[in-house]
Design a protein around this ligand. Structure first.
Ligand code: F6R
Length: 607
């Protein structure tokens, strides 16, 4: 989950390398660096921390050239200091790498025995040394690069400058994504099409095991057997402008506000305008015939799967298991041949989710991806894809992708119930009409921001905060806690409201804030009883409810956030918004960087 950019051009590349890195900063921001070929060989500049530090370094000691590579790092092996920053260099080779080289210790030992001296603690540095090792043995540049790639085990996307006077980029992909971009009189490589969006939209996606030699006006691609192959050039759909902050202070703030449009776009893709019934496309058959569904994902995407479980089981009667991808892939799951596996991911590149998907593909299960990034690995490798049309999500904490995932899951649950004859056309239409009000309901939910901002200082001062809910609001409680802890670094826990008495209630002390998510539904009164129990023990209640539920909290809650009445399946989608706003304003109050919280990265492409 580092970011890579490379440019070979007839113009200087430094400015655009840095611009590309800024667009990849969501992938990691522990350190950054660039290397260019400048007539005297390969020169590098690197700096710990964010790209702004690299810019300062480049201002103090400028370099430029017409061929170069750049990297923004999310540290795996070795501390995030300047020494360990990419590009790594050995003689006339410089490389940037995203992924993990699993056999790096063996390679490092072998190279050390051959006189190579290592300057870093990273796994990646062996790549530069190994290419140089083969050059020293008389191989030409491409042969040396390919010989190196052949020996690497693990996951990688890499770009290299080989030979210190060359207008050529070498690139390879195995387990981590990499695209090649086609410009006018210049070519690019990048971790994703988004990084290249200001320069070109014409891209080619390298496939697993591909390597490429990229020159100013051409690219030559080989597959994993070494055979020359042709890969299609596509027009990437990501527009540069969609990734700007506009009038907002932060991407997270902008993305929270984009939810009404994101939901309108997503819903429109799944409703047949003539019949007002769900469009299920290729997924229809897979979900219709499934005797069981297993929904697999990580983090926030896993929590959307957990809401989906409630909906699919209740509406279609099909048993749903949810699994955290990193657990699923390493146990021996009992899979049903007639089952369908659902993979939910914003990026479509999360290493554990991708590995779990490949496991199910190998086992012969039907696989469906609920994916935001259209051209991602999971989108390309699942049997069928249901896109969330949230648009690019740049803030590390997922907001609009989460609610768009919920919208797609709601439509899947309805589609399954319809295909199996569990709900009549009329019942389905009533549900769909309710879901069609999401843009309006979420707009009203965003209007609670002033209130959320006023509550933020309470959370910012608290030693810890709890979130509770029942039914579909239980995963929401987990999501509220996850959002708060990841961007504010404050301890927060989510619990099923009925579980408090089984242990966690011991943590409640005078003044502990507890966010109670309880819009009116058949379980609300039970949650209210749990609220009474903790209020009696001194908890400071922050209620999230709807107009019908408000009276239950009147004299009990310190703050009551009142959402509009939320019909049908809309409740968890709309209720996510005040949770996002509470986390956002608490982070603002504390001055943390909510778009790039410490230790995190947007796309987790290492396991
Ligand atoms: C939290 C968050 C993460 C992601 C998780 C999965 O706000 O964004 O927990 O949900 O890393 O990422 P994707 O959806 O890209 O697979």
């Amino acid at each position: 989950m580092c970011g890579i950019v490379g440019i070979v051009s007839n113009k200087p590349v430094r400015g655009r390398l840095v611009e590309g890195l800024i667009r990849l900063e969501y992938r990691g921001y522990d350190s950054a660096g660039i290397a260019v070929v400048n007539g005297q060989g390969i020169v590098r500049r690197r700096a710990p921390g964010k790209i702004i530090n690299l810019q300062t370094e480049l201002d103090n000691a400028p370099i430029d050239g017409t061929c170069g590579i750049a990297h923004t790092r999310w540290a795996t092996h070795g501390r995030p200091n300047k020494e360990n920053a990419h590009p790594h260099q050995s003689g006339s080779v410089a490389i940037v790498h995203n992924g993990i080289i699993e056999n790096f210790k063996i390679l490092r030992q072998e190279l050390a025995q051959n006189g190579h001296v290592f300057a870093t603690q990273t796994d990646s540095e062996v790549i530069a040394h190994l290419i140089q090792f083969y050059l020293d043995r008389g191989m030409d540049e491409e042969a040396a690069f390919l010989a190196c790639v052949e020996r690497l085990e693990g996951a990688y996307a890499l770009a290299a400058l080989v030979g210190d006077a060359n207008q050529t980029l070498y690139a390879a992909r195995h387990g981590s994504p990499l695209v090649v971009g086609f410009g006018e009189g210049e070519m690019f490589v990048g971790s994703d099409a988004f990084a290249l969006a200001p320069f070109t939209k014409r891209v080619l996606y390298l496939e697993e095991g591909d390597s490429a030699v990229v020159k100013i006006d051409a690219v030559q691609v080989r597959d994993q057997t070494g055979a020359l192959v042709t890969r299609d050039i596509q027009t990437a759909s990501i527009s540069a402008v969609m990734a700007e902050k506009g009038n907002y202070r932060h991407f997270m703030e902008k993305e929270i506000h984009e939810q009404p449009e994101a939901l309108a776009r997503t819903m429109a893709a799944y409703i047949d305008p003539d019949s007002d019934l769900p469009i299920m496309g290729d997924t229809g058959l897979l979900l219709k015939n499934a005797d069981r569904v297993v929904a697999i994902a990580c983090g926030t995407a896993y929590l959307s799967a957990s809401v989906g479980k409630y909906w699919i089981e209740a509406l279609s009667g099909v048993h749903v298991e949810t699994d955290i991808a990193s657990e699923f892939r390493y146990r021996t799951p009992a899979l049903s041949k007639n089952g369908t596996a659902l993979f939910i991911s914003q990026s479509g590149e999360t290493a554990d989710t991708l590995a779990a998907m490949r496991y199910c593909n190998r086992a012969g299960m039907g696989t469906v991806g609920i994916i935001n990034a259209e051209e991602s690995s999971i989108a390309r490798e699942t049997d069928a894809v249901m896109r969330t049309l949230a648009g690019p999500e740049i803030g590390v904490a997922s907001t609009k992708a989460f609610t768009a995932q919920l919208a797609v899951l709601a439509m899947s649950a309805l589609g399954m119930a319809h295909l199996r004859g569990r709900l009549s056309d009329e019942e389905i239409k009533t549900h769909i009409q309710a879901l069609e009000t999401l843009p309006e309901l979420t707009r009203k939910a965003i209007a609670t921001k002033t209130q959320c901002e006023a509550i933020a200082p309470v959370l910012a001062k608290a030693r810890q905060t709890f979130f509770i809910g029942r039914g579909v609001y239980y995963p929401l409680a987990l999501e509220g806690a996850l959002k708060l802890k990841e961007i504010t670094y404050l301890p927060a826990e989510g619990y099923a409201a009925g579980e408090l008495k089984h242990g966690p209630i011991a943590l409640i002390e005078d003044g502990t804030p507890v966010v109670v998510i309880a819009p009116s539904d058949p379980l609300m009164e039970k949650t209210v009883s749990n609220m009474e129990e903790i209020a009696a023990r001194g908890a400071k209640i922050i209620a999230i409810t709807d107009t019908a539920g408000a009276e239950y909290f009147e004299d009990r809650a310190e703050h009551t956030i009142i959402l509009p009445d939320m019909p049908g399946l809309t409740g968890p989608i709309v209720s996510a918004i005040p949770l996002q706003l509470l986390a956002y304003y608490t982070a603002l109050e504390l001055g943390t960087n909510m778009d790039q919280p410490r230790n995190l990265a947007k796309s987790v492409t290492v396991e």
